[in-house]
Ligand binder design. Structure first.
Ligand SMILES: Nc1ncnc2c1ncn2[C@@H]1O[C@H](COP(=O)(O)OP(=O)(O)O)[C@@H](O)[C@H]1O
Ligand SMILES: [Mg+2]
Length: 335
């Protein structure tokens, strides 16, 4: 049984101008201990998808379709109210969220309360969800600090006394307090320099192995995915364009968007590289393009791409691609 199965998940935001079609028809599975890299340009729906899984969506988000099956149970459907919004206060979900599914938020390293010692904030996080003594909680923080590589004597420091990398490590410690089976890490290293990024990713990998924890790592940095993930989901304008084993997708991309994204990506182990710039801009998700959402920027696009949403194609190499011409694109032809 897979740890997590996301099936046909479709999430829209209600706004003044109508709807933002942020996440459409998303499907993937994740096994225990496995890492999925979720990658795509800014604004394509990565964070929304992460929030959908952990059920932290804002009030204007509506679940239009889909299920989130965690350890064999549909955890989403019972939370969806009649009007499609989420009942954020279901006690089952609150428990699950800390103990089973934990999230490292985008920009979280700046989320510590500046006037409270970092260690105390983590102790508090532990004690709001577990009935243990202050001493036990402090011991747990010391353990976690060791795990994420922060010296013990830093526990009593205030957030401003930490470097960015250290604050990010402390956030990871916070996400680990209850030993979750799944961590959703939203851009966990984006604000850090290359060396600190490498160190933190190594730390995360070690922790993951030790506890056989699964992870969804959300990033717009392709090299992060190449370094840590087993599977990759490439997202564009709310849809998963390509999904499969990292090495299959890196070696033989079968979607024009993936190809464009990897374009000019020099070497997997090399220096961090932002996404290649693709001519044109990502579309507005209030009025997304018809047919294939990538067609206005796609050099392979034909008439059919403007009219029909592509089917999910399964390639002989194993990955899935949302493209009318997936096989031709993969073999390098002009479609
Ligand atoms: N609360 C919200 N209300 C309306 N639109 C939103 C809200 N949150 C995000 N969006 C929109 O949803 C789309 C996806 O956003 P997001 O998931 O944050 O993308 P990413 O994390 O890939 O940068 C964007 O168009 C964004 O503007
Ligand atoms: Mg985001």
């Amino acid at each position: 049984m897979a740890l997590l199965e996301v099936k046909d998940l479709t999430l829209h935001f209600k706004v003044n101008e109508g709807w933002v079609y942020a996440v459409e028809d998303v499907n993937f599975t994740l096994e225990s201990g496995e890492t999925l890299g979720l990658v795509g340009e800014s604004g394509c729906g990565k964070t929304t998808l992460g929030y959908g899984i952990s059920q932290l969506l804002p009030d204007n988000a509506h679940v239009k379709a889909g299920r989130v099956i965690f350890k064999g149970q549909d955890i989403l459907t019972p939370s969806v109210k009649k009007n499609g919004t989420l009942d954020a206060y279901r006690p089952e979900i609150r428990k699950l969220r800390w103990k089973e599914i934990s999230m490292i938020f985008q920009g979280a390293m700046n989320a510590f309360n500046p006037v409270q010692k970092v260690g105390d904030q983590i102790v508090e996080a532990i004690r709001t969800h577990e009935k243990i003594t202050a001493q036990e909680a402090e011991d747990r923080v010391a353990e976690l600090y060791k795990l994420v590589g922060i010296p013990k004597d830093r526990i009593d420091n205030y957030p401003h006394e930490y470097s960015g990398g250290m604050r990010q490590r402390a956030m990871i410690a916070m996400a680990l307090v209850h030993n979750p089976s799944l961590i959703i890490a939203d851009e966990p290293t984006t604000a850090l320099d290359v060396i600190m990024q490498r160190r933190i990713l190594t730390e995360i990998e070690n922790i993951q192995k030790k506890f056989s924890m699964a992870m969804i790592i959300i990033t717009h940095d392709v090299s992060v995915v190449a370094n840590v993930a087993d599977k990759i989901a490439v997202m564009y304008a709310g849809r998963i364009m390509e999904y499969g084993d990292v090495m299959d997708v890196f070696k033989r991309p079968a979607n024009p968007y993936t190809k464009a994204l990897f374009g000019g990506f020099p070497n997997l182990k090399g220096e961090r590289k932002r996404l290649a710039s693709i001519p044109g801009n990502p579309p507005s998700l209030v009025e997304p393009p018809s047919g294939c959402r990538f067609h206005p920027r796609c050099k392979y696009a034909k008439e059919i791409c403007k009219k029909e949403k592509p089917p999910v194609m399964t390639l002989p190499s194993g990955q899935l691609s949302l493209c009318h011409f997936a096989a031709e694109v993969q073999s390098g032809g002009g479609a």
